[in-house]
Ligand binder design. Structure first.
Ligand SMILES: C[S@@+](CC[C@H](N)C(=O)[O-])C[C@H]1O[C@@H](n2cnc3c(N)ncnc32)[C@H](O)[C@@H]1O
Length: 441
């Protein structure tokens, strides 16, 4: 933006971008304005960009949207944790449904079923999070919080309205705790994980903790009723501070009478209520019977596999992370399920997926943001199951993969649900059901 690096301009906001910024067109240039909402007239300040588009900060709202609401969090706008607290919650849901529709349409998937909705209490839902820690003497010492929006600085937090209450209540005490440690400048992050009745905090440290440090951590754990773990290097160096008092982390899937055990840093779905609803809906849509042989790809610790195993004949879960495969096997044993097996495979490697036609009657896929195109080629090409339930955390890759299943794999998209796993953020979780339109060869 040479010449005029910080132009101030007025704009009418037309839409929300997929990361929650207001979109406006001014003199042929598209601006993405932080904090602006559709229908608003705003004054904005250009920050960076190119000839055709730019990022802008909100200077003032000259005419506010009726759907604007007061953010609950004091650091909303600075903290990178949330993007939509200024938009009333029903409008957030509508926005996310539109994101799903737009993604499908962009990938030329046009024959869309009605988008169903899975939502729950939108506050205090996060049971997994990573808090950044920085020692910044100029700002008074240790800061603990999420990273700032688009920056690597930490936003100091005193409370967080989206994190689980068990963690929210200890947030104001974390910075003073770390400030009192000998390695206050060598502790970059705290991972938090909340199970039923247990909150675990994993302190990553780059230098050894002294005896006095350990004593302070013990006192903190006792005083606040949390479990502390320490991590000197990789995930296999995580140790409970008090092994004798360590309680396992677990969540329940009540509809399936399941208890799922997990470790403090392993993948679990962030929102317990939405996860339970998502698992129930996907198993419902699959209409499993004892003759079904189910394949669950990207199965993690068995979240969908074990629920499927309650209704299907057999289930095979496939997952790339060996520790999760082991955890999934333990979860199957803990729940006395003998009709489910797990396998460790890299599902981004097309050659790995060489399952025979008809080997599985129904398939679940729940890939990371990059999607599942490699394994879907094997699923649609070789296995040709009757139905595929696709759980997605990225509408763009879901839509790309849907286009493949429909145009190359003779599947129809018959049901779609938007699940609001991450209220107040711009993240969109979707469940889609694909049914085979032709009998398999
Ligand atoms: C969105 S998570 C879903 C996990 C599980 N279905 C659940 O509900 O808890 C995606 C999973 O894909 C796994 N994954 C990522 N890349 C993989 C790969 N190349 N091959 C196999 N699994 C992979 C991750 O370890 C993670 O467990």
């Amino acid at each position: 933006m040479s010449g005029n690096p910080r132009p101030i301009f007025e704009a009418d906001v037309e839409a929300l971008s997929h990361d929650g910024r207001g979109i406006a067109r001014v003199d042929g240039k598209v601006w993405f304005i932080d904090g602006a909402l559709p229908g608003e007239r705003v004054t904005a300040r250009g920050l960076k960009g190119r000839r055709n588009y730019g990022i802008a900060a909100l200077e003032s709202i000259d005419k506010a949207s009726e759907r604007r609401t007061t953010p609950r969090c004091e650091v909303f706008g600075t903290c990178g944790g949330c993007a939509l607290q200024h938009l009333e919650y029903p409008a957030q849901l509508e926005f996310k449904e539109q994101v799903v529709k737009d993604a499908f349409i962009k990938s030329r998937v046009t024959d869309l079923p009605n988008i169903e909705r899975i939502s729950a209490e939108p506050w205090h839902y996060r049971r997994r999070a990573r808090l950044g820690v920085r020692f910044v003497p100029q700002k008074g010492g240790v800061l603990v919080g999420f990273r700032e929006r688009n920056k690597s600085y930490v936003t100091p937090l005193q409370e967080c309205p989206v994190i689980a209450p068990e963690v929210d209540s200890v947030i104001p005490f974390l910075a003073p705790l770390i400030q009192g440690l000998s390695i206050r400048d060598r502790l970059p992050q705290i991972e938090v994980a909340v199970g039923e009745g247990v909150a675990a905090l994993v302190f990553r440290h780059l230098e050894p903790l002294s005896t006095a440090d350990l004593e302070q951590l013990h006192q903190f754990a006792d005083q606040h009723g949390v479990q502390i773990l320490t991590q000197a290097k990789g995930p296999d160096t995580i140790l409970p501070l008090s092994p004798e008092a360590a309680q396992p982390l677990e969540y329940r899937l009540a509809d399936f009478d399941l208890r799922m055990r997990f470790t403090a840093t392993s993948f679990i779905q962030v929102n317990a209520a939405i996860n339970a609803a998502l698992v129930s809906k996907s198993i419902d849509w699959l209409t499993l019977t004892p003759t079904d042989r189910v394949l669950d790809l990207f199965c993690g610790l068995g979240n969908f596999s074990l629920a499927a195993a309650r209704h299907a004949g057999t289930v095979m879960g496939v997952e790339g992370e060996a520790a999760l495969v082991t955890q999934a096997q333990k979860n199957a044993e803990m729940n006395q399920l003998e009709n489910v097996n797990f396998e460790c495979r890299d599902l981004f490697d097309e050659s790995a997926a060489s399952w025979a036609p008809g080997l599985f009657s129904k398939v679940i896929v729940d890939p990371p943001r990059t999607g599942a195109i490699e394994s879907l080629k094997a699923v649609a090409g070789n296995i040709q199951p009757e139905v595929i339930a696709y759980v997605s955390c990225n509408p763009a890759t879901l839509a790309r993969d849907a286009e493949y299943l429909i145009n190359q794999g003779s599947y129809r998209l018959t049901r779609v649900a938007m699940a609001d796993m991450f209220p107040h953020t711009a993240h969109v979780e979707t469940l889609a059901l694909f049914e085979r339109s032709e009998p398999s060869g």
